[in-house]
Design a protein around this ligand. Structure first.
Ligand SMILES: Cc1cc2nc3c(=O)[nH]c(=O)nc-3n(C[C@H](O)[C@H](O)[C@H](O)COP(=O)(O)O)c2cc1C
Length: 168
């Protein structure tokens, strides 16, 4: 699969098979996350890989959806606002940095035949408590990961002419 094919193949998987994910595949995904760029190379992130059933059950409470409970693994992408680069006007690059790394994660997973879904509509406070996160560390996205138990849905995207504008 070339890069365009990988980006086309990725979709939000909202139902997973009860099948374990091979450690080699997780290792591959972790390396692709490690390769992600970040502002001033601060790498202001920690990714928690949650497989433990007890902790998974707690995470399923922070985003209470039946489909989410089918995930065999959930990766919690966290940003550290005390480590991230801040522009002169105060803008914090933490969310941008973590989003790039999560994009690496989801595309590497797709290449490995695994499904993922970005989840941001969760109870952040409860999640931080479940993982006993330090102050300044924010859980930014939950990424359930596993083998999809659902077919890809039709992509709905803006046209290229709506997205790109040539300025002369
Ligand atoms: C930042 C972000 C947050 C998202 N949060 C959620 C979420 O909380 N729950 C969910 O089911 N999907 C969530 N999604 C998935 C989007 O709904 C999905 O990516 C979008 O509809 C495009 O569909 P596709 O991923 O299948 O291409 C999120 C996606 C992004 C990028």
């Amino acid at each position: 699969m070339n890069f365009l094919e990988i980006t086309n193949k990725r979709f939000s998987v909202r139902k997973f098979q009860a099948k374990d994910v091979e450690q080699e595949k997780l290792d591959y995904i972790m390396q692709s996350v490690q390769n992600a760029p970040s502002a001033c190379n601060k790498q202001p992130w920690t990714f928690y890989i949650v497989k433990n059933k007890e902790l998974l059950a707690k995470l399923f409470e922070v985003y209470n959806r039946d489909w989410f409970r089918t995930a065999p693994i959930c990766i919690v992408a966290c940003g550290n606002h005390a480590q991230s680069w801040h522009r002169g006007d105060g803008k914090d690059s933490c969310d941008i940095d973590v989003s790039i790394a999560v994009t690496h994660l989801t595309l590497a997973a797709t290449e490995q035949g695994l499904g993922t879904c970005w989840v941001c509509n969760f109870d952040v406070k409860k999640c931080a408590e479940s993982l006993e996160l330090e102050e300044n560390v924010e859980p930014i996205a939950l990424i359930p990961i596993g083998y999809a138990d659902v077919e890809a849905s039709e992509k709905s995207r803006k046209s290229l002419s709506e997205i790109f504008v040539e300025k002369f």
